[in-house]
Design a protein around this ligand. Structure first.
Ligand SMILES: NC(=O)c1ccc[n+]([C@@H]2O[C@H](COP(=O)([O-])OP(=O)(O)OC[C@H]3O[C@@H](n4cnc5c(N)ncnc54)[C@H](OP(=O)(O)O)[C@@H]3O)[C@@H](O)[C@H]2O)c1
Length: 253
């Protein structure tokens, strides 16, 4: 059940990868709390536009911000443009990709790309955003999307797991760096959530085996992660920083 209290009125949130999946649900959840939302996407402008329509339905305002977070120059300029035009209080580093393969077969270029988008992309956006977020003082938030496999590891996902584990270290370091300014930095580690990412990467028989290993015995919806983001973005989470919030149905405890 999304929080609807408008506690984020007057705040602008930039959500990377807001065009689809978890990022789309995050945009809607933050808009429901009153935030203006900048929806980042890489190539699917049509999907980003659909997210903007859902934000409008939730009573919110959205702007589109297309750039590739894996391209440091484009991402730095894209984040700066949002900050300059709309101000920036909340950054959600959500955009991510998975390229799976056993370590003996992983191509170095794929390794670089997975680390480059998930980890370096989150670093680039955070670095570009922080000069704006500092002005938000105690309303400032950075929320990073890691993954259960960043904590547990997973065969066939060494690059993805390494990137998501790196995000946890980065989150805690940033939390310590910005705490004196009242800005909180937290991470979420989703388990298995129904999106294009999991549709593309999991054959049906593996899906059934995975569901049977989840104590809550179901795949999560993107809204479960979005509600956790909306909580961490709000005033009730102002004394929570450097935290790793598991949204995984009990898959990892
Ligand atoms: N789904 C899960 O079970 C799960 C579990 C744990 C963690 N996560 C993490 O949660 C986050 C969202 O996952 P999801 O399942 O919602 O993924 P998704 O459905 O595949 O959507 C990915 C989103 O990221 C954007 N994106 C990808 N590469 C980008 C880039 N280089 N620059 C800018 N945007 C980029 C895509 O934009 P376009 O639409 O333009 O392509 C899209 O909006 C990711 O960080 C993922 O690793 C997901």
């Amino acid at each position: 059940m999304a929080i609807q209290d408008k506690a984020l009125d007057g705040c602008t949130a930039l959500v990377t990868g807001g065009s689809r999946g978890i990022g789309r649900a995050i945009c809607v959840a933050l808009a429901a709390r009153g935030a203006k939302v900048a929806i980042n996407y890489r190539s699917r402008e049509d999907a980003a536009q659909q997210t903007a329509e859902l934000v409008a339905k939730a009573g919110g305002t959205a702007v589109l911000a297309g750039f590739d977070i894996g391209d440091a120059e484009a991402a730095t300029a894209g984040v700066a443009a949002v900050g300059k035009e709309h101000g920036l209080h909340i950054l959600v580093n959500n955009a991510g990709i998975a390229i799976n393969g056993l370590i003996m077969r992983v191509k170095p270029a794929d390794w670089e790309q997975v680390i480059g988008v998930n980890l370096t992309g989150s670093f680039t956006c955070s670095k570009a955003a922080i000069r704006h977020i500092l002005k938000a003082k105690e309303k400032g938030r950075i929320i990073n999307l890691s993954s259960v496999v960043g904590e547990s590891g997973n065969p066939g996902q060494a690059a993805y797991s390494a990137a998501k584990a790196g995000i946890l270290g980065m989150t805690k370091s940033m939390a310590k760096e910005f705490a004196s300014r009242g800005i909180t930095v937290n991470a979420i580690t989703p388990g298995f959530i129904a999106t294009d990412m999991t549709d593309e990467h999991l054959p049906e028989e593996q899906r059934e085996a995975l569901v049977s290993s989840i104590p809550l015995a179901r795949i999560g919806e993107p809204e479960a992660v979005a509600d956790a983001v909306a909580f961490l973005a709000g005033p009730e989470a102002s004394y929570i920083t450097g935290h790793v919030l598991r949204v995984n149905g009990g898959l990892l405890m």
